[in-house]
Design a protein around this ligand. Structure first.
Ligand code: ADE
Ligand code: ZN
Length: 337
């Protein structure tokens, strides 16, 4: 089964590029940019990655991002992630970036997006990995700051597929961003939002009804509301679930308690993703392997996660068809064994 998982073609829809900054690269960039880190070495950094909840993680995550200064830094970060995609048989990835984490430190919006974008294009050419870019607003910051960020993005709209909403969910429900999401959608962007990670099921309703999202990021708290479960199943609203993240941030005590297979059984369009792999113990294969060990899904369920991700991805019909073909070819040759 582990071999099956490693070979399974995958699609990732929930990945914060800043959360793929491994301590080794963090130290390399700190040295390159003359920045002093609060850790003596890589081991000490890893040892500090113990979290009680989302906020205790975010404090460390934003601090790590301070080493990202130049366009080359953002390129190197993104390229390193794409190499992990290649190793894990990820065919297509839709990644988040948090411009405000950088513009608030005086790094130009253009520096951030140019570095990320050029690495994604090179990944397509040299690695055959297709990708899309999603710009997230930090929900602990103001509506005005989100509008400013959307303004800065306007010269780059052709490089973006969607806007997203991340950072501290508790105390920052979706409604603050109703107007900025409306403007982003009017500009032709799709929309996603983190909801129902730590926060209540009502945040999922509000993301759907107020922000008009195309996907919910996380969404595992939907089980609190049976009516919402029916709505999500009937509309095939995708949930981008992140198993290792949910354990590290104590959304569930143990992987054995994770509800992802129940959601799949209920007919929801759930997918498997890595969120912030450098901080949570692994990339796509690691997430699938951890699920396998704790919950023993069958092969058809594992393939269904990729099928759902292909359904949920922001692709043209032709692109979607190509990915489905790859998955069907894999299933035809590996399914019965
Ligand atoms: N930013 C990076 N990872 C996040 C997560 N899991 N939830 C909310 N904001 C985030
Ligand atoms: Zn996330």
């Amino acid at each position: 089964m582990e071999d099956f998982i490693r070979r399974l073609p995958k699609v990732e829809l929930h990945l914060h590029i800043e959360g793929s900054l491994e301590p080794e690269l963090m130290f390399e960039l700190a040295e390159r940019n003359g920045i002093t880190l609060p850790y003596a070495n890589v081991q000490e950094a890893r040892a500090a990655y113990h979290f009680n909840d989302l906020q205790s993680f975010l404090d460390i995550y934003y601090q790590g991002a301070n080493v990202l200064i130049t366009e080359r830094d953002f390129f190197d970060l993104t390229w390193a992630y794409l190499m992990r995609c290649k190793a894990d048989n990820v065919m297509h990835t839709e990644i988040f970036f948090d411009p405000q984490t950088h513009t608030d430190r005086g790094i130009a919006f253009d520096t951030v997006i140019n570095g990320i974008y050029h690495a994604l294009r090179q990944g397509e050419k040299e690695l055959g990995i297709t990708s899309k870019l999603i710009m997230c607003f930090l929900r602990h910051l103001s509506e005005e700051a989100a509008f400013e960020t959307l303004e800065q993005a306007k010269p780059h709209l052709h490089r973006l597929i969607a806007v997203g909403l991340d950072s501290s969910e508790l105390g920052h429900p979706p409604e603050k961003f109703t107007r900025v999401f409306a403007e982003a959608r009017a500009l032709g962007l799709k929309a996603v939002a983190h909801a129902g990670e730590e926060g209540p099921a009502s945040n999922i309703w509000d993301a759907i009804r107020l922000l008009h999202v195309n996907r919910i990021d996380h969404g595992v708290q939907c089980v609190q509301d049976p009516t919402l479960m029916i709505e999500l199943a009937e509309t095939r609203m995708p949930l981008t679930v992140c198993p290792l993240s949910n354990i590290k941030l104590r959304v569930f005590d143990r992987m054995e308690d994770h509800n992802i297979l129940n959601l799949l059984d209920e007919g929801l369009c759930v997918t498997v993703n890595s969120d912030d792999p450098a901080f949570f113990g692994g990339y796509m294969n690691d997430n699938f392997l951890a699920l396998n060990q704790a919950l023993s899904p069958n092969k058809a369920q594992l393939v269904q996660f990729t099928r759902n991700a292909i359904e949920a991805a922001f692709l043209t019909d032709d692109e979607r068809h190509q990915l489905l073909q790859n998955l069907d070819d894999f299933w035809a040759s590996h399914g019965i064994h």
